[in-house]
Design a protein around this ligand. Sequence first.
Ligand code: SAH
Length: 214
Amino acid sequence: MQDSFLHKGKRKQLIAYLRGAGISDEKVLTAMNEVPRHLFIESIFEDFAYEDRAFPIAAQQTISHPSTVAEQTELLALKEGEKVLEIGTGCGYQTAVLVAMKTLVFTVERQKDLFDFSRKKLSELHLKPRFQSFGDGFAGLPTFAPFDKILVTCGAEELPVELLKQLRIGGKMVIPLGAQDQQVLYRFTKISATEIEKEAFGIYKFVPMLNNTQ
Ligand code: SAH
């Protein structure tokens, strides 16, 4: 599969749609206009790759809706060169958007199939993160902490304390929290070692954040 003029045209339409839906961080929109989402999903979905839809990927997981990726990324308020920890690499699409925004991305995936797929794909597209790990995201990546931003792309029942520890003071963590069938998207800002600001941004449905690796 290639990145044709047709794909590029559809991508532009998706960006216009996201702008209309309220995404205003131009850096997010520019990055999403650059990353060929159709190359991260199975070819049977190619024609719908630039619609605001989620699709199944390997290991019974899903690639998030473009609007969810845009919203989560915008909430991080990213600046070039920031260190970002992503939990749940999945097929690597969200990772690619973060890399395209010129941030230093450290990403963790617990499913071996997806870890292998995303590593190959991101390398082929020259959108390689700084570090890619096969492991359990509940533990974060203490060796590389602290992070400026943390993005969790799966739904956790409670805030993972270890991740909060790995966020620098002043840093932000975007994470869906709640029961398995639906979650509230939250942004936590670490004001000081003991003070956390918590903001809620609507209801979503993410795949669950699970323990251990598979
Ligand atoms: N951002 C991804 C979304 C994938 S869905 C994309 O664009 O495709 C969320 C991913 O989180 C799944 O791949 C799932 O396997 C992974 N995941 C769930 N629990 C995890 C954990 N504890 N550690 C790391 N990854 C986890």
